[in-house]
Design a protein around this ligand. Structure first.
Ligand code: ATP
Ligand code: MG
Length: 394
């Protein structure tokens, strides 16, 4: 009877000293919060994280949890072997037993420098045993299968299948950001990219009460639920923006509506950021993709934010964004038609070269602070847990 463990590796570039311990701890905590109900338990050992399993652990669900955790470069379900070269070789033969292959290679990494053989020697000795016992040949450049051996302080790990993680940094090592989440394709991808850079993302969606509100809400909740797979429990602010929208329609010339509307979003998101202790906003803006996204307009829109506005899709082609949306699982939900509350704001001939002083003059006829306050009052906060069927309101 063999014992198995998930061996988890992260990218170590740029990680030194205290920074590294902080990073490892966060990654371990993030993994644990996802897998504790699945019968797994993550520990830090010899520059890697080990996920220990029990007889009744849900291996497939744990694999999926690791596949969607930022900060992991790759991982593998490995056999645990005592520090004994004969036993290591035996286990290599065992993991190759049901495999179809003509050629192979042994790849050893040794963090335990007290082990009496170095990596090259282990590769050679175990390789020879495999040739002798299976008759297969060694191919160092293009093997059909690679047998990995990791020799650590207390034991060794043997496996053949490496699963790529999503890379990046563990969620929360970089702090918190506020994602302005529409029901479109772009903003969910932007939020994902920031999670991948170690940010905990809090979501904000602006809507107005219409007969379609329930449908809109369901769509936004579904998108957040998919994104919550990557960062775990997530907060969603649903901001009813009807009052500000009505004021804008009443007082603002059509071609400026979208810009002023989006400046309101910035102000409200900044207030939410203050409450949450978030350091930046994130949008799905992409330079020059739609009328509101000319550089002139983005400059005027972002001027209303006291915080930096991060736009990770700025340099993406639409196709790149779509591919990523498919990969992370939001695309199919995003393309579902739904009544976007912005559609009321779309002018036939929108301003593409807005000027800040003109926009501020128009805003001066509205009671901006009041409208921001009203919208904040008309806000519902939801906690979305990727494991639960129904959402809770705070
Ligand atoms: P997306 O695909 O994310 O909707 P887009 O290319 O369609 O982006 P817009 O709809 O103009 O462009 O929106 C630009 C950005 O403004 C969005 O990416 C999002 O960050 C933010 N945004 C737009 N509408 C809303 C909304 N109702 N609630 C929250 N944020 C929004
Ligand atoms: Mg949109």
């Amino acid at each position: 009877m063999t014992r198995k463990v998930f061996v988890v590796h992260y990218s170590e570039i740029g990680l030194k000293g205290a920074n590294r311990v902080f990073f490892e701890r966060k990654l371990m905590e993030n993994i644990n919060s996802k897998i504790k109900s699945l019968g797994g338990s993550a520990k830090r050992r010899s520059g890697r994280i080990l996920v220990e399993l029990k007889d009744d652990s849900n291996i497939n669900a744990i694999r999926e949890a690791l596949r969607t955790t930022p900060g992991i470069k790759y991982f593998a379900l490995a056999e645990i072997v005592p520090l004994d070269l004969d036993k290591i070789a035996e286990t290599c033969l065992l993991v190759l037993k049901d495999k179809e292959f003509k050629s192979f290679k042994v790849s050893t990494s040794r963090s335990n420098k007290n082990f009496p053989y170095n990596s090259m020697e282990v590769n050679r000795i175990v390789g020879e045993k495999i040739v002798k016992s299976t008759g297969k040949r060694v191919n160092l450049t293009q093997p059909d299968v690679v047998v990995h051996i990791e020799i650590c302080e207390k034991e060794a790990y043997v496996y053949t299948e490496r699963v790529d993680g999503i890379g990046g940094l563990p969620v929360s090592v970089s702090g918190k950001v506020i994602s302005l989440l529409s029901g479109g394709i772009d903003s969910p991808v932007a939020a994902f990219l920031l999670m991948k850079r170690g940010c905990k993302v809090v979501f904000v969606h602006f809507f107005n009460q219409t007969i379609h509100s329930r449908e809109v809400r369901r769509k936004i909740e579904e998108i957040v639920k998919v994104l919550a797979k990557y960062q775990d429990r997530s907060k969603l602010y649903m901001v009813d923006f009807g009052d500000a929208q009505r004021e804008i329609i009443k007082l603002v010339p059509a071609k400026y509506r979208m810009i002023i509307y989006r400046r309101f979003m910035m102000r409200i998101a900044c207030e939410i950021a203050r409450k949450e202790g978030a350091k930046a906003l994130v949008t799905g803006d992409n330079v020059a993709q739609v009328a509101s996204q000319t550089l002139d307009n983005l400059a005027v829109i972002y001027e209303a934010s006291r915080l930096p506005v991060l736009t990770p899709l700025a340099g993406f082609d639409k196709e790149e964004t779509i591919n990523l949306a498919r990969k992370i699982g939001t695309y199919e939900i995003s393309i579902r038609p739904y009544p976007d509350c912005c559609s009321l704001m779309i002018a036939k001939h929108p301003e593409t070269r807005s000027k800040l002083d003109t926009v501020i003059k128009i805003e001066n006829i509205m009671n901006t602070e009041d409208l921001v306050e009203k919208a904040l009052k008309n806000t519902e906060i939801l906690i979305i847990d990727p494991r639960e069927k129904t959402q809770k309101s705070l």
